[in-house]
Design a protein around this ligand. Structure first.
Ligand code: AMP
Ligand code: ZN
Length: 120
């Protein structure tokens, strides 16, 4: 969708620190992480929110969230992982995305360093 920042990331028109992608979705580091390793998983096609997205795609994204959880545990030592998906007034970017947020024990690792740890 035109003027959607996450569509632009999916189309590689603007850069992101991508840690996983397949035909359906992409996972990249949040630019303003709550804790180090904070990752967003988006469908490559534009869906607005939980009402809009189809069951097949949302099921796939949950499956990828399991993979990202394991990656954050193994590579940066996360011991707790929170999944968050905002809708309506709570949602800033209107392209469906799942936040995968590690615990605060892995707080202050710089974004570039997290990216290296998660992609090596
Ligand atoms: P939400 O309130 O669920 O819509 O959250 C939007 C999230 O997208 C926030 O955590 C932002 O930090 C993140 N975000 C916005 N722009 C970018 C970007 N260009 N690359 C990575 N994360 C972004
Ligand atoms: Zn979009």
């Amino acid at each position: 969708m035109k003027d959607c920042i996450f569509c632009k990331i999916a189309n590689k028109e603007i850069p992101a620190k991508v840690i996983f992608e397949d035909d359906i979705c992409m996972a990249y580091l949040d630019i303003n992480p709550l804790h180090s390793g904070h990752t967003l998983i988006i469908p490559k096609n534009h869906f607005t929110d939980l009402d809009d997205i189809n069951e097949e795609t949302v099921a796939h994204i949950i499956m990828i969230a399991k993979k990202i959880k394991k990656l954050l545990e193994e590579k940066i030592g996360a011991k707790g992982i929170k999944l968050v998906q905002n809708n309506g007034t709570l949602q800033e970017v209107k392209h469906y995305h799942m936040h995968v947020i590690p615990d605060c024990k892995v707080k202050d690792i710089p974004l570039d360093e997290v990216y290296k740890l998660l992609t090596k």
